[in-house]
Design a protein around this ligand. Structure first.
Ligand code: PLP
Length: 373
């Protein structure tokens, strides 16, 4: 993965610096509006990163000690950690072998009377079936961890629309970056207003609004113990440029993914693909190793030796020391995907020749004949 950055981002950041307003201000407000509009949500609340965005989403739902929140273990560890930040218990549900995402069935299997919410991930950019999940939950709040899903679509509309709130990441590992950064999108005006206060120490009037009210002395108050989860205007300036580039970035990744599939399918290798009625942004392009192939670690080592920088499959939180001893139901699909998939290089400038090298190196590493010369 390499971020797709250019002179336009550098210019925009320089302008923010020259403006003298570098903390959360007009550019953050503009980025919130533009990003929310791009996913068709009424409100955007920018945050310092997606992990803090996830924390705010659960916090405003009142998630606390004694509560359970259903999450996939098959995700970056921040998903489960956000539940722990609230003093609640993450309950790991298994995922679909096709999409790597929660399904109504895997969620139902671990739901209890203590379940307070479900946090669903669009893993690697592959959209989860939000309408099916929502229909199965009977009013239980559903939050989308859309960290990976900017530019993916579900039933012809952008992802991040169906649930109560969606949390996004702008880390450089994702497709739209602000260096560090996050956003919550929602149609709920009250939740958005509360999260705006909570990200800024619980202030009744933001610093930007007090500044804008020049000539009037406005004294803010602090109604509750809150957080500093603000984005800066320097980051938002970059985000505004990146947002305009996002469709092109996604289109290029989809081309690269289609070509990987063309090369790998004849070798009998299963790869990530678009679910029915959805399009992935292919933030992570994974391939499943055949049963006879060596362990992922050996394959990665062989690839590294051939100059190919691949990565292990999506992590499984329950196998990390931070979750040692944490009780969970059997997670066979999660354990299969995390140990038997690996993620191939994809970035905007990846050439066909480089793709051929990756595929040939992979074929050699797992002892297959390659379709590439
Ligand atoms: C990257 C990622 C996060 C964390 O995002 P940050 O912006 O780095 O905090 C959370 N959930 C998922 C699924 C991610 O991929």
């Amino acid at each position: 993965m390499k971020p797709t950055l250019g002179e336009e981002e550098a210019q925009a950041v320089a302008e923010a610096v020259r403006s003298g307003w570098v903390a959360q201000g007009p550019r953050v407000a503009e980025f919130e509006k533009a990003f929310a509009a791009s996913v068709g949500a009424d409100h955007g609340v920018a945050t310092s990163n997606c992990t803090t965005a996830l924390h705010l989403c659960l916090y405003v739902l009142g998630v606390g000690p004694g509560d359970e929140v259903i999450v996939p273990s098959f995700s970056f560890i921040a998903t489960a950690n956000a539940v722990r930040y609230c003093g609640a218990t993450p309950v790991f549900a298994d995922v679909s072998a096709e999409t790597g995402n929660l399904t109504p069935e895997t969620v139902a299997a671990v739901r209890t009377d203590a379940t307070k919410a479900v946090l669903v991930v669009h893993q690697g950019g592959v959209p989860a079936d939000i309408p099916a999940l929502k229909a199965s939950l009977g009013g239980l709040p559903l939050v989308e961890d859309a960290a990976c899903a900017a530019g993916s679509t579900l039933n012809g509309a952008p992802t991040g629309r169906g649930a109560l709130m969606a949390a996004w990441s702008f880390h450089p590992r994702k497709l739209l970056t602000t260096g560090e950064g996050g956003m919550i999108t929602t149609d709920d005006e009250e939740l958005a207003a509360r999260m705006r206060r909570l990200r800024e120490h619980g202030m009744s009037v933001s610093a930007a609004d007090r500044h804008a009210a020049a000539g009037k002395a406005i004294v803010e108050s602090y109604g509750e113990t809150a957080f500093n989860y603000r984005m800066t205007d320097i980051q938002a300036a970059m985000g505004l440029v990146q947002l305009r580039k996002l469709p092109g970035i996604v289109a290029r990744r989809r081309e690269i993914a289609a070509r990987y599939r063309e090369l790998l399918a004849p070798m009998g290798l299963r790869t990530v693909r678009d679910p029915e009625g959805a399009t992935s942004n292919f933030q992570s392009f994974w391939v499943e190793l055949p049963d006879a192939a060596p362990p992922v670690g050996d394959v990665l080592a062989a690839l590294a030796e051939a100059g190919v920088s691949a990565r292990r499959g999506i992590m499984a939180a329950h196998t990390e020391p931070a979750y040692a001893g944490h009780p969970h139901a059997p997670l066979p699909v999660t354990e299969h995907l995390t140990t038997r998939t690996l993620i191939l290089p994809v970035h905007h400038e990846l050439t066909e020749a480089e793709q051929d090298t990756v595929v040939a190196a992979l074929a050699a590493a797992i002892g297959l004949q390659t379709a590439v010369h």
